[in-house]
Design a binder for this molecule. Structure first.
Ligand code: PHE
Length: 340
């Protein structure tokens, strides 16, 4: 075969070559343009041919080299523009796009908000970095109360005290300072407590606290509100139980349990054979708290309640370790895709 025939054959091969596979394209490049490739072979052979043939053959070799380079560039561009995907079958169904999922804390917070907005509650938000007044003093915490201790609260400065809020009751103080009753509001938000991190405790978590102040608000109103919430959140068969408790800002105070979401009240490992699970704290707003925010306790009464979103989400989704909420492991988060 003469050199010109060979070059013609290679030109044909180059013209007909097709591939979207980056590896095949690279092999193609090496075959023609590599150090031991066909073009270098031709240049070697070129040295041996008679002088008269050189102009014509030389021109052809250069043409071949240019075509080979152009072809490699075209194929590479096509391969990257489809990010390596083969698009030769246009009837094939599209590649599904990976969709994200909402975090279980967001899902639960949204559900709680939806339930209370149906009852006419507004949503209030406030700062995470707070002063002593809004987190403790206005809420009737005595000076020596242990929650004010460094062991429980993250302080940023002392004297004046600047700290990370330990509950979102601080937001409700701000609402009471700025509005007169009727007040009906919930405050969802992030709170901070100086706790060692374990499966059952975390130094950052989320709360939704609620406040209702008007004339003639009674404990019966509180109970009815909480029953409605429990049934909406955990199902109509859910029972509640109120146990006497203590908080500086409510009097009387109670803790609320719901019938176990797993055994329905019969008793199991989750509810430690009591049939009930604790989910929130509540009570009638202490008159001292109303006074501190310039609301007349002789005219108005109110109730308040507060719950941890992690706890509600734990019961709804059977999450047995609080740390899962913060690690953002995709294997955990992806399980909530269907809940959007
Ligand atoms: N603020 C309390 C807490 O963080 C919860 C609570 C709110 C209790 C309102 C009673 C009334 O634990």
């Amino acid at each position: 075969m003469t050199m010109l025939d060979k070059i013609e054959k290679y030109l044909n091969e180059i013209e007909n070559f097709q591939s979207h596979d980056p590896e095949e394209v690279e092999n193609f490049r090496i075959k023609y343009l590599g150090r031991k490739g066909l073009l270098n072979e031709l240049f070697e052979e070129f040295k041996t041919i008679p002088k008269e043939e050189k102009p014509e053959v030389g021109k052809k070799i250069n043409e071949l080299k240019t075509r080979a380079r152009e072809k490699v560039n075209e194929l590479k561009a096509a391969a990257t523009s489809t990010s390596g995907r083969q698009i030769d079958d246009v009837t094939r169904p599209g590649y599904p796009e990976a969709i994200g999922s909402k975090h279980p804390i967001s899902l639960t917070r949204q559900e709680i908000i939806t339930i209370f907005t149906r009852l006419g509650y507004t949503i209030s938000e406030g700062p995470e970095i707070e002063d002593d007044w809004h987190v403790f003093s206005a809420l009737n915490f005595p000076d020596e109360h242990p929650a004010r201790d460094m062991q429980d609260t993250f302080f940023i400065t002392r004297d004046p005290d600047v700290l990370l809020r330990t509950h979102t009751s601080s937001v409700q103080v701000r609402v009471m300072e700025n509005e007169q009753p009727p007040i009906r509001t919930i405050s969802p938000g992030r709170v901070f407590r100086n706790e060692a991190i374990s499966a059952r405790a975390h130094c950052i978590f989320h709360q939704v606290e609620g406040l209702y102040i008007d004339k003639n608000v009674s404990f019966a109103d509180l109970k009815q509100t909480l029953i409605y919430f429990a049934k909406e959140m955990f199902g109509t068969e859910t029972q509640i139980r109120l146990r006497p408790s203590f908080f500086p800002f409510t009097e009387p105070s109670a803790e609320m349990d719901i019938s176990c979401t797993l055994c329905g009240g019969k008793g199991c490992k989750i509810c430690k054979y009591t049939g009930f699970l604790e989910i929130l704290g509540c009570g009638m707003v202490d008159p001292n708290v109303l006074k501190a925010s310039n609301i007349d306790p002789d005219v108005y009464t109110g109730f308040a309640f507060g719950m941890g979103i992690e706890r509600i989400a734990q019961l709804k989704f059977n999450v047995n370790d609080l740390r899962l909420y913060f690690e953002n492991d995709l294997r955990f988060l992806e399980q909530f895709k269907a809940k959007i």
